[in-house]
Design a protein. Sequence first.
Length: 279
Amino acid sequence: MTEVQTLPNADPDAACASDGTLFRNPVRPEVRRDVGKALHHFRELLKDKEDTEQVFHIYEALPSKTFLPRARALTLSKEGEELRANEPFLPPILDNHAALRRMPAGSVAHTYVDFMEREGLTAAGLVAESDKMGRPKYGDLIEWYGFRQRDTHDLMHVLTGYGRDALGEQCVLLFTHGQSPSHGHLLLGYAGALNIKKQVKSKAPVYRAVREAHRIGKACPSIVEMSVRDLLAMDLAEARRRFGIAEAKWYKRCHEVWRSEGVDPYDLLGKELTEKLAA
């Protein structure tokens, strides 16, 4: 990982946590919107949906106006400081499958481990994709909050029931936008849905599915601001009930329609079209 960057004479009036960690490191640059860059990386992502690095480029090019206020509200609160003390970095917690398996059957933890092992994923792997961008580390509270948003992505798949198929990914992104609004989530979610409708001639209610995901995300309390340890220990059905995560009816309906039409929901584009897009 890139070494943390600091200044020897940081502004003494800068907001910081009780342990002295700055909310914003003074050397952190201002983010600027670059729509052209975002669209370029979106086209690259269409060629290979597994190329996760493109997603991080898109988020970087389309910064959220509400990110800093949300980060400030949590990280400078008592609850935020307790979270940071108990969960300084999520990947070691999420990748400790042996410990998660010791939690009760039917828990969020068990379902999460099943999902990650079935898909061949790790939280550390997502960190590695992010680190490919070579961005410096600043060691501030903004960074901690941003890492939590990144590292809870697969947990959102588990909580919502959306798979890693093309539509499932769009739905998780729009669920996330419902929680943490950003133009990056909107672009990836709705443009991805448009691409599915364009490439797959079908009666599947794709737009209803993504709009439903957006509504569910808005109704659910912010997962980033929850104790992930406590969430993992909860019964999955109870967590969904408590947090208002409704059944994804239109997403499931899309899968039913595609299968009735002889289309594999987990291979919507098919090998031939994927090769054409990559050319």
